[in-house]
Design a binder for this molecule. Structure first.
Ligand SMILES: [Zn+2]
Length: 183
């Protein structure tokens, strides 16, 4: 799954969680969830996060490989526990980080390669509904943008603009892909 789809999924899942918990998440929570949605791909040196932190990313990739430990529930639990114990983040932040990271696992779960959710058990769980970068992924991205609009009910217009810009990019690609299909 592409980085931009992961970010939009993180924001969407935070808005969805807020909806079920009965509140509208703050702009900070939405941004933290969107950013945290990139965390599991720290295990790939060419990912968005991996390019920012090549040393850490390279070491994790060497030790565990791509879509290894960082794509597991255990890693998210350990991260949440560590952040709370070290008092590096308050509960709202930790909740947003967990939601963002979980949305990443859910996204990768939809690809044929799947994710080792229950690492150290190596079994890869997969519900292969889309291929990374495919037209289905782009359609999902646009649907999540629409869902986020609906769930936030007119609040956080700055965040709307940001994700719409991302989605607009997706829409253009979708359009050109459609052109290729027709042409
Ligand atoms: Zn991933």
């Amino acid at each position: 799954m592409l980085a931009k789809t992961h970010v939009v999924a993180g924001v969407f899942c935070m808005a969805l969680a807020g909806h079920y918990l009965g509140y509208v998440p703050s702009g900070t929570e939405l941004i933290v969830a969107g950013a945290a949605a990139l965390l599991p791909d720290i295990d790939h040196p060419k990912s968005t996060l991996g390019r920012w932190l090549p040393g850490i990313s390279g070491a994790i990739a060497k030790l565990f490989g791509h879509r290894g430990i960082t794509h597991s529930l255990l890693a998210i639990l350990a991260l949440a526990y560590g952040l709370l114990q070290a008092q590096l983040a308050d509960q709202a932040w930790v909740r947003a980080i967990c939601i963002g990271a979980l949305s990443h696992l859910a996204g990768d779960l939809l690809t044929p390669r799947g994710v080792p959710l229950l690492w150290p058990w190596r079994h890869r769980f997969s519900l292969p509904l889309l291929v990374t970068g495919s037209v289905v992924e782009k359609a999902l991205l646009l649907a999540m943008v629409g869902g986020t609009f609906y769930l936030l009910g007119g609040q956080h217009t700055a965040i709307y603009r940001l994700i719409v810009r991302g989605a607009g990019h997706g829409l253009r690609e979708l359009h050109s892909f459609h052109g290729v299909l027709l042409g």
